[in-house]
Ligand binder design. Sequence first.
Ligand SMILES: CC(C)(COP(=O)(O)OP(=O)(O)OC[C@H]1O[C@@H](n2cnc3c(N)ncnc32)[C@H](O)[C@@H]1OP(=O)(O)O)[C@@H](O)C(=O)NCCC(=O)NCCS
Length: 165
Amino acid sequence: MIPTLAKPRVDIEIRRALTEDLKGIMEIEETSFTTPWPREVMANEIAANPFSEVLVALHGKKVVSFMIYWVVDCERHLQNIATAPAWRSRGVARMLMDHLLGEAQRDAPSVIMLEVRELNREARALYLSLGFTQTERRKGYYSDTGEDAVIMSLNIDEENPGRRE
Ligand SMILES: CC(C)(COP(=O)(O)OP(=O)(O)OC[C@H]1O[C@@H](n2cnc3c(N)ncnc32)[C@H](O)[C@@H]1OP(=O)(O)O)[C@@H](O)C(=O)NCCC(=O)NCCS
């Protein structure tokens, strides 16, 4: 089990994803996004991509949330995070993000970057609460809705260790 400082409002364990978690991850992916990642891409992230870290949040044996980020030197790129609809607003995604911040603090100075849809209120609130700031906006980036992409980043160093709980 990976330690984290965030306190979930339910009994949750976080660990690295295994291939056996793929089904649970895909169920969440397919209910969370209009253009879900294909199963083969997700399988590759778990088992083959050397830059990728895939974490799952489990309640018992059930995958209730997952997060994918790529590590390139001291940069971490958040690629994907989603919580099963029935498990939202219980602090689970915050717990996963707390793990990511902990890793980045360990490697400080380091940076975490991510991209979020402009209308994704929940995700933007989560990232803002952790100290991420907007660095760029890509007009009409998402072809399905025409939404802008908001690029956010968090630089972590001794003076700014990031807001963990
Ligand atoms: C964004 C998402 C991952 C958050 O997951 P979650 O497990 O519900 O999040 P948490 O319960 O840990 O909440 C963390 C913070 O997110 C924000 N948040 C979560 N739900 C929210 C809501 N309904 N309204 C506003 N802010 C919300 C809040 O800042 C919250 O902190 P708080 O509980 O201290 O107020 C989830 O809504 C989701 O899966 N969305 C669909 C997939 C997606 O859009 N992923 C992000 C791609 S960039």
